[in-house]
Design a protein around this ligand. Sequence first.
Ligand SMILES: [Zn+2]
Length: 218
Amino acid sequence: MNTISHHLTDETLQEYAAGVLSVSMETLIACHLTLCPVCRARADMADAIGGASLDSEQTAALTGSASDILAMDKTLPTIKPAELPPVAAGLGVPKPLARLLPGPLAELPWKSFGPGMKQYNLSPQPRKEGAFKLLSLDPGSRMSKHTHEHRELTFIVSGAYSDELGQFNAGDISDLSGDHHHMPHVVSDVPCISLIATDAPVKFDGLFGKIVQPFVGI
Ligand SMILES: [Zn+2]
């Protein structure tokens, strides 16, 4: 059953179509697209319009609300689950992520950065061009409240977390711009594993953030 309820923003899909996003963000977006027929259709639409050369009329059409674009989905052919690209056999993660992993999630060389919190870096220089990493948070964990200088994309691989915007389950994407503060906490009874890509380092609020930030490095 498709339980995806949080999608990419129009702005992100336009930039994806225009090919101006980092490789890590493109990979993360591809993970969501393999599971989400709604955003696949929207990405095709952005592609057809031509993300790179938008005149003002097209821009006006594309900046319609997400609900407008999602409403267009009703006119699209139904995609049966059997036709969806499969997740990588054995690893249980979407293929765009699976090809970056040396093995199953449980066997990765995770690095702990706090009680019940660990991360696995997918980018050799996370601090220069933004982070690209897997984060695993135990049930009940709560991230320090933080904001971002530019953008943070989060793809939920397994488990679930909740923040001010609602609950995010496996397959969902959280697409946050820089002016948004959030404080995610894990609501699943299994660890919540998410893939995170940021444009720029995260800024944590408060004392805990100042302590944990050097270790998290996002
Ligand atoms: Zn989607």
